[in-house]
Design a protein around this ligand. Structure first.
Ligand SMILES: [Zn+2]
Length: 270
């Protein structure tokens, strides 16, 4: 499958000439500029190795996904401004970008950002605005959406989650789930790297609630707006693995709480 780039990845303006490429293209003026600030709608905060995190969002100027990266990796502190979690789901946040650095397969969303500019909170989106974003950006068939290999981030409209469980694997606390997308495709044993879900499950277990899985599944499955954010890993053992990077419902499944809220309750990091 070929993908044709017709608009600038940074500003959304039409390119002089369309280009056949999986990765986005910059127009000549965006290609020349140095640092520039952009407002991003945050859609995912996930756990990586060595205490690092991965943040992703949507650029409302171009309706493309964006993954801000530091060359050295993003630390948890990046999400916080003193005790407030600025980088939180569906917050509009200003970030200073340095350079578009896409890969040619799947990971076309990567931008190097300026680590010396603290992300600035603008506001939290209203439920109506969030519904607008979901209607615009969601897909119903994950298998099909992966075919062009031009994205690694997806918002998947879901029929239902059929199972959620936790386990310790290689000494690490993990949560996995099975779900069915709107088109009926089954996805099994997909690891959850969403910091919020991980912290929420750890918190439930610390309270002795071993029924959290059924409760969470029922609340999710009975909501009219059911979406799972999926991110693909970098290539590992010859594959790009799916990960659950957020559970999205309206109203919010976690009552607007952040991962830092639950980590504070359990007194440690997940
Ligand atoms: Zn441009």
């Amino acid at each position: 499958m070929t993908t044709i780039q017709t608009h600038c990845t940074a500003c959304g303006q039409q390119l002089m000439t369309a280009i056949v490429s999986n990765a986005g293209q910059l127009c000549s003026s965006c290609g020349k500029q140095g640092l520039f600030r952009k407002r991003i709608i945050i859609t995912g905060i996930t756990r990586m190795n060595q205490g690092n995190i991965c943040v992703s969002g949507i650029d409302p100027a171009t309706w493309r996904f964006v993954r801000p990266l530091f060359p050295s990796g993003l630390h948890r502190d990046f999400t916080m401004e003193s005790t407030t979690q600025v980088i939180n789901h569906f917050n509009l946040v200003e970030i200073e970008f340095k350079k578009y650095r896409p890969e040619q397969i799947y990971h076309t969303e990567d931008w190097i950002i300026n680590e010396n500019f603290a992300p600035k909170f603008i506001r939290h989106l209203t439920d109506t605005e969030i519904i607008g974003v979901l209607n615009r950006m969601s897909i119903v068939n994950l298998d099909q959406a992966m075919l062009p290999q031009d994205k690694s981030l997806f918002i998947v409209k879901v029929q239902k989650i059929t199972s959620i469980w936790d386990e310790i694997s290689f000494g690490k606390f993990k949560v996995r789930m099975n779900f069915i997308d709107q088109s009926g495709n089954n996805y099994n044993s997909i690891p959850v790297t969403d910091l919020l879900t991980l912290a929420f499950v750890r918190y439930q277990k610390s309270k002795g609630n071993n029924n959290y899985s059924t409760e969470l599944m029922n609340t999710f499955n009975n909501n009219a707006y059911r979406y799972i954010r999926i991110g693909l890993t970098r290539i590992f053992q010859g594959q790009y693995w799916k990960q659950v990077t957020a559970l999205i419902t309206i109203p919010d499944l976690f009552n607007g709480r952040s991962f830092s809220f639950y980590e504070n309750q359990i007194g440690g990091q997940v």
